[in-house]
Design a binder for this molecule. Sequence first.
Ligand code: 2NE
Length: 265
Amino acid sequence: MTNYTDILYEVKDGVARITINRPEKYNAFRGKTCDELIDAFQRAGWDKSIGVIVLTGVGEKAFCTGGDQSAHDGGYDGRGTIGLPVEELQTIIRDVPKPVIARVNGYAIGGGNVLVTCCDLAIAADSAQFGQVGPKVGSVDPGFGTALLSRVVGEKRAREIWFMCRRYKAQDALAMGLINAVVPMVDLDAEVDLWCRELMEKSPTALAIAKKSFNADSESIRGISAMGMQALALYYDSAESQEGVKAFLEKRKPDFRQDFSKKGE
Ligand code: 2NE
């Protein structure tokens, strides 16, 4: 697969840059986007000439806003348990034996925030905003989205992020340890380049061993993701979940307190 439609793939000075290219959808991913991202990570991950992978989104509005709600009719449009191979995407970011940097150029919301969580490092523009929205839109990203997030920012904060569905500014994300650095948008590329150059000077094998050893400690979360996605597939079939998606598309507040048992009578 080399003719991507939903992403861009560039290589320069040993750095592979993978860019989600769906600005009209705030860089939300559909099934095809996930497939292409997985392919690009496979490509960069085992290419010995590449030392660092940068994941970002096109433009200055959004890094990634998670699953494409306009393609979410209860099953999205791709493959995998929930119609989106999102679990496979999250695991490939962890599995590639080289550092992955999230270049956060705007909203990192929903599954976009989970991608930031899964990346080894994250550098954000000061205009970036972070957050989970699942309980607001009838979804959850269980596993890396929840359990790994709590390893990164702490249990209480992770529960707050998921339960409250608030948005957090880049400086707040930095303070809670979700990201490594914040710079003005105009300096974002220079800062990411600097980190890449420093990483390129290091022993690739030592970096790979370090990454795998960090991963080993949280590897059981992969199983939680697998089980959670099965539960999510069942949840997507429910009227309660579908109310969340409908409300988002209709630009109104969801009514999760209605009696869903009467739906379909
Ligand atoms: C991203 C955010 C916070 C932006 O808010 P705001 O107020 O600045 O803009 P607005 O008007 O909400 O959004 C701008 C345009 O982008 C589209 C919107 O529909 C809107 O389109 P137009 O009305 O201009 O045509 N847009 C934004 N996010 C989208 C998305 N994800 N899919 C399709 N279109 C999107 C605000 O928009 C927001 O909170 N978005 C919700 C994000 C969301 O629901 N994400 C999916 C969560 S579930 C998920 O990610 C997931 C997973 O993690 C694992 C498995 C399965 C799903």
